[in-house]
Design a protein around this ligand. Structure first.
Ligand code: GLN
Length: 296
């Protein structure tokens, strides 16, 4: 390679340089991050970079890319730089006001859909609540798969609800989801009208939060993550508020940390209205989802 060629900032060279830089600045997936940001700056699909390795992007693309690289280097999550994250094979808008969807939460969606299949109820009209909806992923994925169900999606953050509403409209399910600003289920009447309540509540303890990566602590909302001093407080409140609002046999399905699962199951054993507790593991083999029925 001549000296002149070596100087050229081709797509390949940009990717290699950035991958090394992200690696040093602590990213777990430096090459992927570099590719996602360069395809964003270039306005193309990631795969298209592979057929354009020798191309030299113009000034506009380089300037946009440099800015994205700078912010990623400071720790901003890639999904916030792109403004979107894929979840359950759908693309969702995210912002600094919402938790970034995590793959573990897909198990919650799968379990909720499996539950209706087991009950043979998927064709009837169902009433479902998503508590702490954030970007709206749970309600929206369920709505896409349960065309006759109606949803109430609740969040304490008005800014998160605006993101969720945008997502519901993008996925054309906004007519079946009512968005409510509120703390857990306090805004819903205490009557047994719901077939299911789903939630990915904040479940990190104060101590665990302090240990979380800076890229989480500095960029995602604290109130979406911390569930009280030992991580169980919000879940205990969720259980107390959810069971009276479920029809007999209706289920509360929620995500939690494997660190607190035993404590939460022990708690459920003392809740009169709770029966038939099931625990679902995530892909890493961690107990991640709890499903509990309201007693008949
Ligand atoms: N329901 C959203 C999610 O699962 C937000 C959850 C939250 O903010 N704790 O990503």
């Amino acid at each position: 390679m001549s000296a002149e060629q070596a100087e050229k900032w081709t797509i390949l060279r940009l990717l290699e340089w950035t991958t090394e830089y992200f690696g040093k600045s602590g990213s777990d997936s430096p090459r992927l991050d570099a590719e996602l940001l360069l395809s964003e700056a270039r306005g193309c699909e990631r795969i298209e970079l592979y057929t354009a390795f020798n191309e030299e992007p113009g000034d506009e693309v380089r300037t946009a890319f440099r800015e994205l690289v700078r912010r990623r280097g400071e720790g901003t999550p890639v999904s916030q730089l792109l403004g979107r994250k894929e979840f359950y094979s759908l693309s969702f808008r995210v912002s600094e006001d919402t938790l970034i969807p995590r793959p573990e939460t897909e198990h919650l969606v799968i379990e909720a859909l499996d539950e209706f299949k087991r009950q043979g109820q998927s064709k009837e009209s169902l009433q479902i609540a998503d508590v702490g909806t954030g970007s709206g992923i749970i309600a929206i994925c369920l709505a896409k798969n349960l065309p006759n169900a109606r949803f109430t999606a609740i969040d304490i953050s008005a800014a998160a609800l605006r993101v969720a509403e945008t997502n519901a409209a993008a996925h054309k399910v906004q007519d079946r989801i009512q968005f409510i600003e509120g703390d857990l289920l306090a805004k819903l009447p205490e009557t047994p009208t719901l077939d299911m309540i789903c939630s990915n509540p904040p479940y990190v303890s104060e101590a665990e939060y302090a240990e979380l990566d800076k890229s989480v602590r500095d960029f995602e909302p604290r109130q979406a993550l911390v569930g009280g001093p030992d991580g169980t407080e919000t879940i205990v409140r969720l259980i107390a508020e959810a069971l009276p609002r479920l029809k007999p046999g209706g289920r509360l399905i929620f995500e939690l940390s494997p660190m607190i699962v035993d404590q939460v199951i022990e708690h459920l054993a003392h809740v009169d209205a709770a029966e038939d507790v099931r625990v679902i593991k995530d892909l890493a083999g961690h107990k991640r989802i709890v499903s509990v029925a309201r007693s008949q």
